[in-house]
Design a protein around this ligand. Structure first.
Ligand SMILES: NC(=O)c1ccc[n+]([C@@H]2O[C@H](COP(=O)([O-])OP(=O)(O)OC[C@H]3O[C@@H](n4cnc5c(N)ncnc54)[C@H](OP(=O)(O)O)[C@@H]3O)[C@@H](O)[C@H]2O)c1
Length: 193
């Protein structure tokens, strides 16, 4: 079966890829909530590759690798970090030449060719995990089979936009929608081709 490519988006109501503060945004549950389960925990068995732009890659290494975990972090964030350390990570960059994060490689060039090359390699699902600049390009080029979005209840008005102007309409089929206690929405759409 072909490898599925999913774009993960964390965005405000107006489409910015930012993590603004709002009532409840700083609450870290003891166990994974529905959002964390749907975006990560439930997908551990079916995904083995995570693609990130260089800024997001460096951000994830600094915050989400197991080495970066703090003792007070809940158990499922340690589990997430171990999973992230273990999977194949693709960092897209023209400037980064090497990295000490295990199971990582640096690629550069045309995004469509890179995604097609990854799809042709043996493996499980692929997540394009941002940031917004990279995700915007993947969306614009119609590279995703599906989209998982966490929408925060904020109209922010500035930042890095996921959508922007695009040459072609993209039609989605809604597969699921959940609302969380602090007003976030978790959406799952399939790309209609
Ligand atoms: N899931 C997430 O990671 C996420 C979600 C929401 C918001 N954010 C926020 O978004 C910010 C980072 O996102 P961003 O949009 O600024 O940057 P980004 O997409 O993470 O990284 C952009 C960089 O990726 C490299 N790149 C992208 N396409 C490439 C290609 N085809 N070939 C070679 N290199 C390529 C370039 O790196 P070089 O400059 O090295 O060439 C480019 O400068 C952070 O502030 C983060 O908090 C992140």
């Amino acid at each position: 079966m072909a490898r599925k490519v999913t774009v993960n988006l964390y965005m405000t109501l107006d489409g910015y890829g930012e993590f603004p503060a709002y009532p409840g945004s700083d609450f870290i549950p003891k166990d994974p909530d529905a959002q964390f389960k749907e975006m990560w925990v439930d997908r551990y068995p079916e995904v083995d590759t995570v693609v990130m732009g260089r800024r997001s890659f460096e951000g994830h290494l600094a915050v989400h690798s197991e080495k970066a975990r703090k003792p007070e972090d809940p158990w499922y964030l340690f589990e997430y970090s171990r999973w992230l350390d273990r999977v194949q990570k693709v960092c897209l960059s023209h400037t980064l030449k090497e990295t000490n994060w295990q199971n990582s490689r640096i690629m550069s060039g045309d995004l469509t060719e890179i995604v097609n090359r990854l799809r042709a390699e043996p493996g499980k699902g692929i997540i394009i995990e941002g940031g917004p600049t990279l995700s915007h390009e993947a969306i614009q080029r119609g590279l995703a089979d599906d989209y998982r979005m966490v929408v925060s209840p904020v109209i922010l008005g500035r930042g890095n936009h996921y959508w922007g102007t695009m040459a072609n309409q993209q039609t989605m089929k809604l597969l699921s929608v959940k609302s969380l206690p602090y007003g976030e929405l978790v959406l799952h759409y399939e790309a209609v081709r």
